[in-house]
Write a protein that binds this ligand. Sequence first.
Ligand SMILES: Cc1cc2nc3c(=O)[nH]c(=O)nc-3n(C[C@H](O)[C@H](O)[C@H](O)COP(=O)(O)OP(=O)(O)OC[C@H]3O[C@@H](n4cnc5c(N)ncnc54)[C@H](O)[C@@H]3O)c2cc1C
Length: 517
Amino acid sequence: MNKDILVIGTGISGLTFAIKVAEENPKLSLTLISKRDINEGNTRYAQGGIAVVRNLKKDSTKKHIEDTLIAGDGACDTKVVKFVIEEANKRLDELIQWGTAFDKKEEQLDLGIEGGHSENRIVHYKDQTGKQIQEVLTAKVKSFSNITILENHTLVDLITDHHSKSNMNRCYGAYVISQEQEEIIKISAKITVLSTGGAGSLYAYTTNPSVATGDGLGAAYRAKVKMDGLPFVQFHPTALRDKIDHNVFLITEAVRGEGGKLRNSLQERFMLKIDPRGELAPRDIVARGIQKQIQEQEDDFVLLDCSEISKEQWKSHFPTIYNICKSIGVFLPEDPIPVVPAAHYFCGGIIVNEHSESSLKGLYAIGECSATGLHGANRLASNSLLEALVFAHRAAIDCIKSLSEPLPQKSFYNKLPEWNGDDYSKNFTIQNVKVLRKQLQEIMTKYVGIFKTDNGLKLAEKKINNIYVTVQSLYNKNKLTNGLCELRNMVSIAYLLTKQAQEIKENKGVFYNQNYV
Ligand SMILES: Cc1cc2nc3c(=O)[nH]c(=O)nc-3n(C[C@H](O)[C@H](O)[C@H](O)COP(=O)(O)OP(=O)(O)OC[C@H]3O[C@@H](n4cnc5c(N)ncnc54)[C@H](O)[C@@H]3O)c2cc1C
């Protein structure tokens, strides 16, 4: 397969990018791949919404910029923060034009508030903002005849100079598992876009779906693409303690915005003793507050008391949460919700410039797998969907421009080698993969989670390295599978994250090492 552009990942960032390129230049050929069905990824689970300044009577871009910089704890790139927030309205208007519905109040967008925001500016659709966006973008992307969509296709490795025996420091596409055909195919492309999302699955408890295994990060790491900030993993303070269908379910911050109060097992409202902003302090502070309570009390959860929110409000604003809680016997608003913190968002990733291009020419990274400089040491709630929209737009413009510049000839792409190695076989051939994945998650949660120590990180490095060696040997001896491919990425990123964490000697944002308190 020989394409102008290969987009790997079909969440908000990959889909927005593809739509923009296809609208701008219908002659370009694009292929979009997703590991499962097109809709499965972090985007569809986003509940809270998108942070955009809409109420200019009370709010301003200046205030949103300030809130973002405060949350980022001095580590944001101010220039990036400024342009993302200034471009927010244009990008939101486009999303609305494409058919995305958002909740309204008296003909105006209904603006919610979340932790760390000084004003109401969260544009939302019930508690299903992500699902709404994902479905609209999916329908739109399917309307373009120059876009080929390949579901159930897994990125294995990027094609680089290493494969083509050239030295242009470029990316030339990717090797991809076709799960249906059970083979590894080569998709060569002039431009490759990683929009593969985060890596919450590195942890035992995560709000991310199981596809979030850091595959784009792993492939970029092997291609020697520059990466930064991996240890800045944001833990969401309030996930439902009980798993639903083996998945952790998020209780959006907007619930605390509407008046939800956190209480320990003695019914004390502990957050006010930790921060004057109480339950609406930035996520890292609330997550640590909860984790500390859990360590000090017998119960392995704290309670989210939502008695101030009326039943009508629950049903209209948070219908999914209302029904999920009901299904486990928590009847809102009377019953408190048992909650725990869970790995939620990767602030770091592939370093990109202001057009989302990485250190490898022809390779762009957008969305959660990228490190743009917007989030610094901690992402402000609801800034990530916004970041994806703004950078997808910028990447699309830059990408179209770069395609008119001199590029390798078609014959060069045709000559790129096929996948060198054994082909693909089904998951059940390697039972070890599941066990090793669980071990890795336990190590990460115990030693590289909300609270870290120098000794814990050293121990984690050793343990992760042992798993890495086993995975390498599995990889060398066996045919590649989807599960092995994911584990190979997870263990590489866990190792890099732990190494980077040991280099950080000061606590900042979401990063917290108890030796530096
Ligand atoms: C429960 C939850 C709630 C959230 N709420 C909010 C919110 O209210 N506001 C906000 O701003 N942010 C929120 N976030 C964060 C936000 O949803 C994500 O950061 C954002 O959706 C990421 O979009 P993305 O396009 O980068 O990746 P994703 O939407 O995660 O998509 C990743 C894509 O990559 C594909 N992929 C992965 N690996 C491979 C591979 N090897 N081969 C092929 N394809 C691959 C997947 O199949 C998928 O299509 C939330 C996240 C979660 C999990």
